[in-house]
Design a protein around this ligand. Sequence first.
Ligand SMILES: [Zn+2]
Length: 280
Amino acid sequence: MTGPRAEIGVIGGSGFYSFLDDVTEVTVGTPYGPPSDSLFVGTVGGREVAFLPRHGRDHRLPPHRINYRANLWALRALGARQVLGPCAVGGLRPEYGPGTLLIPDQLVDRTRSRVNTFFDGEPRPDGTRPKVVHVSLADPYCPAGRKAALAAAAGRGWDAVDGGAMCVIEGPRFSTRAESRWHAAQGWSVVGMTGHPEAALARELELCYTSLALVTDLDAGAEAGEGVSHAEVLAVFAQNVDRLRDVLFDVMAGLPAGDARDCECGAALAGQDPGIELPA
Ligand SMILES: [Zn+2]
């Protein structure tokens, strides 16, 4: 395809790119319909980066209505092989209070209504039909990306938590106290609403995917007060967005180029025939 290309994709809000000079807005169509919004392509530290507002720029999409397949497909179609997924989460442990940055190494899917694979055997609008394949998600996040994220946070004086399981709930409501206590009792660290199927779909497209989870609140079971409010989440995110953006930009500098990856992410489909061509 002609037009701007990007080697890195960031799925996150406008706070991450709005101040960049020279951002090009690109509309990308996919076999799965339109992504959440246009992609905004700009240069960060000499690397071409595509930003995609996960919920749409006007935040019109709740987590369960995001077209995750279109989002990941569009990023890959622009050239991205590295995807960074900053997201807001609730802390499941008292020590993970607002402002904590956690780089998860595990994921627990507690969603229930989302299309979570490209390889469902169903024909696509162009008549092609993906085969049924099964990728490993034993380690859902790119080890190289996690390492780069931890180093970038440390470089900015932000002592990020190295590892932990992100539990992804269906939303859009927050957890009940009983659900939250149960999640915490399983040993899971944080709870969010968008980490799945984002990570799984990235793996299916052989992308490197790294989650940067910003704790905006203590989840209902981890605090004695009123529980989580959306206003509280937005306020804490706004307080930390500059800091998180600085870290994100530093992470990008530490990511290998698409053809220089030495992780396993780019071989997720090795030995299997997906029946469709992934975007080049
Ligand atoms: Zn990787």
